[in-house]
Ligand binder design. Structure first.
Ligand code: VAH
Length: 373
């Protein structure tokens, strides 16, 4: 390659100081050694130019899961509808298809993933594809493929095109030997699920690509997320979403975890805001690349007590799922997120009463309370 062109690219890369602040690492790996998958030099010619920095071009993988659509709508308000592309391997329902750009993208198809990034001039990627904790235990080989091989493909494409990459981790990245109350950012992580193992792997691989190749990798350990209009998919904290649907519809709910099972939880709006805030945080404000974030922690019993204030006749019964219970018993009861609060000013808005009021309003049960009074 003519020296002038190579130097011009080095200079342009150096102007985009990498997140981890080390100039040397601004030089693309192929000048410092090879990325895991060497690429044709012209393939990345289209990668980041200045104007795109002002307005990130965003790709969301695993877009039809519990959080993808909410994130897309949230980011479209901030960066414009056409700059946020939702993707998945399933056909989107009508209302999602008509709400903004949607494309097919399979994270296990590395070549196609690269085409998607190049053809859509992507600069930021939110990687939401994953099999969650409980469903992962029913199909370990698929969880390994999606959560680990899929992540490798995303890391390589992100490194090749100097993307800013967000990967959600989870309280599931901790295990029975981690301090549980509270659980700090840095401690023993020996999870007992393939989901947990894949999330620890994601944290470590993302940080390795950051320090080795200058990849702008950012990761948050999500608590159980409570969403109003989307169903969770095969997780251990799913009861806390399902309960609102059933309480509003039938006034009763059968919980698959023991009444005293304490777990960290968060309302989706706080989760999406934290995700954008860490992605917009100045690189030099980040003392770490993986952060705990927390809002509240409660037990099924405490949640039921709060729901009773809105649905006086609400009845909670228990039919414990031993797999989910064993997973929950190995997870944190409270997360210490003091570093996120210090480094980039994270602060949650929703505590338990606001969460329950918001969710019950969404499910329109308020009318029943009025009738009861
Ligand atoms: C699960 N909802 O239960 C997910 C999440 C924090 C929990 O990872 O698997």
């Amino acid at each position: 390659m003519p020296v002038i062109r190579m130097l011009s690219r080095v200079v342009s890369q150096m102007q985009q100081s990498p997140a981890c602040g080390c100039w040397l690492l601004a030089v693309p790996a192929r000048f410092l050694g090879t990325l895991p998958r060497q690429v044709q030099s012209d393939a990345s010619f289209h990668s980041v130019s200045f104007s795109e920095i002002d307005h990130p071009r965003i790709l969301i993988t695993g877009g039809l899961g519990q959080l993808g659509v909410g994130l897309a709508n949230f980011l479209r308000k901030r960066f414009g509808k056409q700059n946020v592309i939702l993707s998945d391997i399933r056909k989107p329902p009508n209302h999602i298809f008509h709400s903004g750009p949607f494309i097919y993208s399979d994270i296990l198809d590395y070549k196609h993933l690269r085409e998607v990034v190049v053809n859509n001039r992507i600069t930021w990627l939110f990687h939401y594809s994953a099999l969650l904790s409980a469903v992962g235990e029913t199909n370990v080989s698929l969880a390994r493929a999606v959560n680990i091989t899929g992540l490798h493909n995303v890391l390589d494409v992100a490194a090749e095109h100097s993307l800013r990459l967000f990967v959600p981790s989870s309280i599931g990245a901790f295990g029975p030997t981690s301090p549980r109350n509270p659980t700090p950012d840095l401690c023993i992580q020996r999870p007992r699920t393939i989901y947990g193992v894949s999330k620890v792997h994601a944290e470590l691989m993302g940080e390795y690509y950051c320090y080795r190749y200058g990849l702008d990798f950012r990761c948050l350990r999500y608590p159980g997320i409570i969403s109003a209009d989307t169903q969770p998919g095969g997780g251990t904290t799913d009861y806390a979403v399902q309960m609102f649907h059933d309480a509003a519809k039938n006034g009763k709910f059968e919980c698959n975890l023991k009444p005293t099972t304490r777990l960290p939880m968060m309302y989706i709006d706080d989760c999406l805001r934290a995700t954008l805030e860490v992605m917009e945080a100045p690189a030099d404000s980040l003392s770490m690349r993986t952060y705990n974030i927390s809002a509240m922690s409660f037990t099924p019993e405490e949640l039921a007590q709060e729901v009773l204030k809105h649905v006086p006749e609400f009845q909670m019964t228990y039919n414990v799922d031993s797999v989910r219970q064993a997973i929950a018993d190995s997870w944190p009861m409270n997360l210490d997120d003091s570093t996120a609060r210090k480094d980039w000013g994270w602060k949650h808005d929703f505590d338990l009463p606001e969460l329950v009021t918001t969710m019950m309003n969404f499910h329109g049960s308020d009318t029943r309370v009025a009738q009861a009074n």
